[in-house]
Design a binder for this molecule. Structure first.
Ligand code: ZN
Length: 322
């Protein structure tokens, strides 16, 4: 026995039951008319049209019918899995693999494990990243007066800027915020490290009663006055913690960045700019549901599956990369 022995990783009917137990934890909802529960019927033994591959027609797992609007649906309707053409039990394997690999997993490797083509694996991974994207931006960090660390980092090379070496203009910029009380992070991409890009992120996501923690960069000076306290460390002078007050530091956010950077370097070597926010969402998700926050691999996979609802992923012009 292992984690991967669970029947829903191998049996399509069980996979649907598993997904239903997560998505419909509070009762079945018809995705067409929104009616909850009572008048939904199971349509078992319904088969699709006969094809060469399955002359008797493929079994349509998880099929339901709404007694109210008379329409049919499965639990996949209206989720990022809706139009994915792969058995659900394989997609659940992929969720588990991505949720439990600290530095992520490349589309090539995912394709080899699931025995699907690279492109298929690539699209599936992006569906799962979309599920991992946080929808909860309601509560500002540092609510209640806790410490919030903010830091920026640069990595990769933007398209068409391969020759550039010095400075940061040719790299991707990422700003991360860590709420030290809850141990969670939020990350944002920026084009230029300028007040009009950085200040709104800081002001919109951090409560004014928070203790803001940054390095000595001039960027944070003015915006820092908006908060109850602004602690800075002098990284230029190799001072990583304030010796008179050891709670003044940005070591937590730098730790989070180092996991992200190692993953992006080792696994996702070529990340297109248009997909960066999804890779960030993946790392952010794993960070926020990490073991230190009391969540194990299985719980993390369930949390990811919960996120498939209400997010549809469509690519007008597929651009396959990383
Ligand atoms: Zn309905």
């Amino acid at each position: 026995m292992s984690v991967l022995s669970s029947p829903y990783f191998h049996d399509e009917a069980k996979a649907f039951e598993h997904l239903e137990s997560i998505v419909w934890a509070d009762g079945v909802v018809c995705p067409h008319c929104g009616v909850v529960g009572s008048r939904v019927y199971d349509l078992s033994d319904v088969r699709g049209k006969p094809t060469l591959k399955s002359p008797e027609g493929a079994v349509r797992y998880g099929l339901k019918k709404c007694g109210e609007c008379r329409k049919q649906f499965t639990v996949k309707v209206g989720t990022v899995f809706e139009h994915a053409r792969m058995p659900l039990h394989k997609m659940l394997q992929a969720v588990h693999l991505i949720a439990s690999s600290k530095k992520g997993i490349s589309a090539h490797q995912l394709g080899r494990i699931l025995e699907v083509q690279y492109k298929t694996a690539w699209f599936l991974a992006h569906r799962i990243r979309e599920a991992m994207r946080s929808g909860d931006l309601a509560t500002p960090f540092g609510s209640g007066g806790g410490a919030v660390e903010v830091d920026e980092t640069y990595f990769g090379i933007k398209e068409g800027r391969r020759g550039a070496k010095a400075g940061t203009a040719h790299k991707f910029g990422v700003l991360a915020l860590v709420d030290r009380e809850t141990g969670t992070m939020r990350s944002f991409t920026f084009d230029k490290f300028r007040a009009d890009e950085v200040h709104p992120i800081v002001l919109n996501n951090i409560a004014r009663e928070a203790r803001l923690m940054t390095d000595e960069a001039k960027m944070y000076k003015k915006v820092g006055r908006e908060f109850a306290e602004h602690g800075t460390t002098l990284h230029g002078a190799r001072q990583y913690v304030d010796y008179s007050d050891r709670t003044i530091h940005t070591n937590t956010v730098e730790g989070a960045f180092s996991i992200f950077k190692r993953g992006m370097k080792g696994v996702y070597q070529h990340c297109g700019e248009q997909h960066l926010h999804r890779y960030l969402a993946e790392f952010e998700f794993r960070y926020n549901t990490r073991t230190a926050n009391g969540i194990d691999d299985r719980g993390r996979a369930v949390a990811a599956v919960r996120g498939i609802v209400g997010k549809r992923l469509t690519y007008a012009r597929p651009h396959v990369d990383a």
